[in-house]
Design a protein around this ligand. Structure first.
Ligand code: DX5
Ligand code: ZN
Length: 217
């Protein structure tokens, strides 16, 4: 089994001292930094916006994996790109013209990921799977860190793995929500490529050690 990529979610960091937490991530084996942008409309919470992320982007040495939990995410492609973002994740449920948005993200020079809420079937991706660089499966209802992993996600990972194989897509599979050492192992066994972890990493006594463990499940 290949080692998963690890994308720690900044939402669980200490917002009063982001610099210290980001420096710990820089020194760790984390592959990416996961950034959760919320608008209080698409999800029932508000996190941080571009004025804060400008400074986060300057401090971090890891590629940015930006997860937009907002309506009309296409309005912010330029702002996301200007952060130096590697991967821009938009929700399937937030995009009426998903194919157009995916092309716009790629035209802007970023990788494009489509995110599915827990209740959205994998089959909805059939006609877009060849166009995306990654699919992010939510394993909690988006909006908050520290929620319980929804076990059905394991079936969705397996189903998505089959869809990717059948269509010849190159898409990676990322999973976000309630990921810890136990659920992370099940996800990797099911075929996940990238694990997002918020609380499991930022509330651990030793973040670097937890990231090392998640990479070596
Ligand atoms: C939830 C966010 C997640 C969150 C994960 O809406 O998309 O990235 O930070 O946090 P944990 O790993 O604590 O569930
Ligand atoms: Zn996220």
């Amino acid at each position: 089994m290949a080692k998963p990529l690890i994308s720690p979610s900044l939402l669980s960091a200490n917002f009063a001292n982001l610099q210290a937490d980001i420096q710990q991530i820089n020194r760790s084996e984390a592959d990416w930094l996961h950034i959760d942008v919320m608008d209080g409309v698409f999800v029932p919470n508000i996190s941080f916006g571009f004025p804060v992320l400008k400074y986060v982007a300057e401090l971090t040495e890891k590629p940015l994996d930006v997860h937009l939990m907002i309506v009309n995410p296409e309005k912010f492609i330029k702002e996301v790109k200007d952060l130096g973002t590697m991967m821009m994740n938009v929700h399937y449920e937030a995009c009426i013209h998903l194919h157009r948005v995916v092309q716009q993200i790629k035209d802007a020079g970023m990788k494009a990921a489509v995110t599915l809420n827990p209740s959205t079937p994998v089959a909805m991706l059939t006609d877009i799977i060849r166009d995306v660089d990654m699919v992010l499966l939510m394993s909690v209802n988006p909006g908050f860190g520290g929620q319980k992993f929804i076990t059905h996600t394991l079936d969705k990972v397996r189903e998505l793995r089959e869809l990717i194989a059948r269509t010849g897509s190159q898409a990676l599979i990322e999973v976000d929500g309630g990921v810890n050492l136990e659920t992370g192992k099940l996800l990797v066994e099911a075929g996940a490529d990238v694990l997002v972890a918020g609380n499991a990493v930022f509330k651990a006594p030793d973040m670097g050690e937890m990231i090392h463990k998640l990479k070596n499940l």
